[in-house]
Ligand binder design. Structure first.
Ligand code: MG
Ligand code: ZN
Length: 183
């Protein structure tokens, strides 16, 4: 397990969380958050792998088609590359909560799958997320965790989470800045 990684949640970290609708179902609805592309660009200079891990239960619920999710992912990767940024892999849990799968956050199945496939040392890796479930997943796998306030969690709620993040910052750009300063 020789590689180190930065695992990024998608909605609320890279792109603006869907508000009224609970899922982003087309590229037209996908909006990079301010500074997110710059953060992905900053990660390119690090030796860490950049891996997106995201629950997209809309697929399991029949609200989002797998082909729509693929297209959104393709465009996200394309836009990231065009901006000089880096995303090495994307892992989704597409199950509905009722299926009780091992890969839906707060469970750590997505991290473990990526670790197996890409030979990643989870203890030397980071998870960045906007939700307590991201922090729980990271903590369960032994990763260090960073909470960003660009999504579902507001600053006033950050102090009383079920599992505390190692660091709380404003956005992905600050998160990456902090991660790149860690050993
Ligand atoms: Mg999120
Ligand atoms: Zn799953």
């Amino acid at each position: 397990m020789r590689n180190r990684a930065v695992f990024l949640d998608r909605d609320g970290v890279i792109n603006a969380s869907p508000t009224q609708k609970r899922y982003i179902t087309s590229w037209e609805e996908f909006r990079f958050l301010p500074g997110a592309l710059a953060a992905l660009q900053a990660l390119k200079t690090s030796r860490r792998k950049v891996i997106v891990v995201s629950n997209q239960a809309g697929v399991g619920r029949g609200i989002l088609q797998a082909s729509q999710l693929r297209e959104i992912t393709r465009r996200m990767l394309q836009a990231t590359r065009a901006a000089g940024g880096r995303i090495d892999a994307v892992y989704y849990c597409t199950h509905s909560p009722e299926e009780g799968c091992p890969c839906r956050k707060p469970r750590a199945g997505l991290l473990r799958k990526a670790a197996r496939r890409l030979s990643i040392n989870l203890e030397r890796s980071f998870v960045v997320g906007d939700n307590v479930t991201d922090i729980q997943m990271g903590a369960a796998a032994g990763c260090r965790t960073v909470l960003v306030l660009t999504g579902i969690t507001e600053r006033k709620d950050a102090k009383q989470m079920a599992v505390s993040p190692d660091k709380t910052v404003r956005d992905l750009q600050q998160a990456v800045g902090w991660i790149l300063r860690q050993r």
